[in-house]
Design a protein around this ligand. Structure first.
Ligand code: A2P
Length: 275
């Protein structure tokens, strides 16, 4: 069994492939179509998209054309960050399903606790309303698991306090250098699986000396160290690439990082991303 077919089990019993293929910043249209088609050919069975990425139609077409059994591909999408009420959540979900050409989703997430253009705004009531709509979709079987993304401990507490379902997933930016201990500990305590987006810090982690040194030591590439690190932490890395060779490289991570080396990597604190 390679790393692409290994799974975690969420707190509702649903299995999720340990490594997903991220599609953020992959252009809609042919780029997204070709990338997802290649990823499925390489063996990825977990594809992560979002309404906000604008590429759901191309992603869905690539999944359809791969002619895999529906139950063999795990598909995630996300609710637009500015949608913070019940009815619009149901409507947005139907739009996502239509664009993807699917009749159910494996995982549906609230993309962020606030609209991207108003980060930090308190949307507690709106997040509860959106999550309650997701609970309805979950109960109806239109989605197999529901969760959140970019949620802090306080954002998660708000959902736990006012909704019936403990989110199955919290998808956050996570890579060597970015400290997520507080939210990670909270999620572990509540059996919320963490998915790690930008596992390579959007590519900027790859030339960090501490990561390069570790890659030399293990005779792996910096990208493989980044992805293995997130697996050692029990999270789901979502690497993305438009190149087939890199897709293979990012999945070829069947090795172990020692506890001592994990400590060294965890102690490194630096976010090299540039926005
Ligand atoms: P490309 O799509 O040209 O391969 P993240 O997953 O953290 O968002 O990082 C994605 C970025 O890292 C993209 O720019 C991608 O470029 C690049 N990338 C992905 N995999 C690798 C790899 N194995 N080696 C070098 N760069 C990579």
């Amino acid at each position: 069994m390679n790393e692409l077919t290994k799974t975690y089990t969420m707190h509702n019993g649903l299995k999720i492939p340990k490594i997903g293929f991220g599609t953020w910043q992959i252009k809609p249209g042919d780029d997204a179509y070709q990338s997802v088609a290649k990823a499925l050919k390489v063996g990825y069975r977990h594809i992560d998209t979002a309404q906000n990425y604008g590429n759901e139609a191309a992603v869905g077409q690539a999944i359809k054309d791969a002619k895999l059994k529906r139950e063999d591909v795990f598909v995630t999408s996300k609710l637009e960050s500015f949608i913070k009420n019940y009815d619009d959540t149901i409507e947005a979900f139907e739009g996502t399903l239509n664009r993807l050409g699917l009749d159910y989703l494996d995982l549906y997430l609230i993309h962020a606790p606030w609209p991207w253009d108003d980060m930090g705004k308190n949307c507690d009531a709106g997040n509860v309303a959106a999550f309650k709509a997701m609970e309805k979709l979950y109960k109806e079987g239109k989605v197999k698991a529901i969760g959140v993304s970019n949620f802090s401990v306080n954002d998660l507490k708000n959902i736990l306090e006012h909704c019936d379902t403990v989110p199955h997933v919290n998808q956050i930016a996570y890579f060597i250098g970015l400290d997520n201990d507080e939210v990670h500990d909270f999620c572990d305590k509540h059996n919320i699986l963490i998915e790690s987006y930008s596992p390579l810090a959007i590519g900027h982690a790859l030339d960090q000396p501490v990561i390069k040194d570790m890659a030399k030591k293990y005779q792996k590439t910096p990208a493989q160290i980044c992805i293995r690190y997130l697996l050692e932490l029990g999270t789901v890395p979502l690497p993305k690439s438009t190149h087939e060779t890199r897709m293979k490289e990012n999945a070829d991570v069947d090795f172990t990082i020692s506890e001592d080396d994990m400590r060294i990597l965890k102690a490194f604190k630096h976010d090299p991303r540039q926005f």
